[in-house]
Write a protein of this length. Sequence first.
Length: 272
Amino acid sequence: MNIKRIYLEENNEAVYLDAYLADPIADFTRKAILVIPGGGYRCVCADREGEPIAQAFIPYGYQAFVLHYSVTDTDPGRAFPTQLIQASAAMKHIRDHAEEYGIDSEKVFVTGFSAGGHLTASLGILWHLPEVYEALDMPYGYNKPTGIMPIYPVVSADETFAHIGSFQNLFGCEQVTEEMKQKASLELHVDEKSAPAFIMHTSNDQTVNVKNSLVLAEAYAKAGHTFELHIYPDAPHGVALGNKITYCGNEKYENKEIAKWVEQAVNWAETL
């Protein structure tokens, strides 16, 4: 395996991809998975939601790429849609180098966690924003994922259940305006252009309310768009892989049923 770092912005070491590239096998072309860790748009939790996730997808025939994007701890003052542009730049890099990496450019998926789930879903739903194409020279739709896998995602800025801190960090302000809420509440923007979705959450998540995943699934249903939804009954926010690799001594983070989500997501991806 080859591991390499790709910087996505000139003179900015805070924004990069870590690529986990399996050795080539004759007559086998891999898919790609872009992994977007969470952290409330304050930090990037790559220790549990980055490399371990990348390594989990590789045995299923993927090359994996972990995105480090602008957050308040390492790259402050970069408001939305900066992060969407950075995720789009990551997609562009993967597709530009598909032959080099042994990837089928038509099979590039994205998974993300918590606030990283928001960025994942943004990429699948708002990939066509004009600001993205003003910033990046690429064909229309080049950044659109084949499918998205938001895992316990932040979705909505509806204050009755929102993780409002993520939106404060995303826009770099204490008071999130109605205009900001409308722009970043992803359930309001699902349409026929949105990428298919595999969604996972736990029913008793005390940090990011499960309603986030439910309103996203409802929006997909209303749009008549394909999605798969898994709601597990009992695990705290941040369950990651649901196994010993990412449980960090917290017994609630180890759950044999939840640990099946990667295989389930891979199986879903095969249906597209």
